[in-house]
Design a protein around this ligand. Structure first.
Ligand code: NDP
Length: 237
């Protein structure tokens, strides 16, 4: 598989879960891949050793650090913003600073990263943000703050697609439903309730999300822009 041979690729938040699978997919495709991480240094080092990708410590809540890391990669062919956190629970109990940090990571980081990537892209680049089906549908209590961040991704994708379309740069969101990861384990306490909302009653594998991401990032994705590619087993149907 050499569908990304020679491509300059950056994945923000690649040390674990869906981001890790995306790094593995692009590396298997021959891409020159770098990825960021914040807290999981050991996992990042192991993934770098496994794939040959470069691991860069960058906290996605730190706007200036995100911009510097993106700028430091030069003319990217593909930017994937996967880094994200989820606060699910009673909003009356949430620490407001933690809510704002989630907004920083899930919204402000992707926006500034996308704009900075476009500043340096010289060809028909691909900008992909990992959103969520919760941007469309929030069928249980406790997810308001998380859902607002993923709905914000949708507005950003629509707008930036129009800002950069003349240059052949596409901007899209991939919207997973329940996907097996540390954030949302397939055997976790909420799994059965989530499966109740789905037509295909299982968590997705991170590799399935990575494969859709690779399609949108690849040569067959040139006319896909301003769109939300949902991979959710029918959660939002
Ligand atoms: P995980 O918690 O398993 O992994 C999150 C990844 O993001 C890790 O690599 C983590 O790195 C990185 N990350 C988190 N915070 C930061 C930060 N401040 N700076 C840099 N990197 C950071 O989550 P998932 O793989 O499940 O989720 C990935 C994305 O997919 C998220 O945007 C999430 O909202 C979205 N999503 C997930 C779904 C699911 O069911 N799993 C469903 C729908 C959407 P580190 O550990 O090094 O900090």
């Amino acid at each position: 598989m050499s569908d990304f041979a020679g491509k300059n690729i950056l994945v923000l938040g690649g040390s674990r879960g869906i981001g890790k699978a995306i790094v593995q997919r692009f590396a298997a495709g021959g891409g020159q891949v770098a990825f960021t991480y914040a807290g999981s240094a050991e996992a990042a080092a192991a993934l770098a050793a496994e794939t040959g990708a470069e691991a860069i410590r960058t906290d996605s809540a730190d706007r200036d650090a995100v911009i510097a890391t993106v700028a430091g990669r030069g003319a990217l062919d593909v930017l994937v913003v996967n880094a994200g956190v989820a606060m699910i629970g009673d909003p009356l109990t949430f620490d407001p600073d933690a809510v704002d940090r989630m907004i920083d990571i899930n919204v402000r980081g992707p926006y500034h990263a996308a704009v900075e990537a476009a500043r340096h892209m010289t060809g028909p680049g691909r900008i992909i943000v990992i959103g969520s089906v919760n941007g469309d549908r929030m069928p249980f209590a406790g997810g308001a703050a998380y859902a607002l961040t993923k709905s914000a991704v949708q507005g950003m994708v629509r707008g930036l697609a129009r800002d950069f379309g003349d240059r052949g740069i596409t901007v899209n969101a991939i919207q997973p439903g329940p996907t097996d990861s540390d954030m949302n384990p397939a055997d976790g306490p909420m799994a059965a309730a989530m499966h109740g909302f789905m037509a295909i009653k299982r968590h997705a594998h991170a590799s399935e999300v990575a494969e859709l991401t690779a399609f949108v990032a690849g040569p067959h994705g040139a006319m896909i822009t301003g769109s939300f590619q949902t991979i959710d087993g029918g959660f939002g149907a």
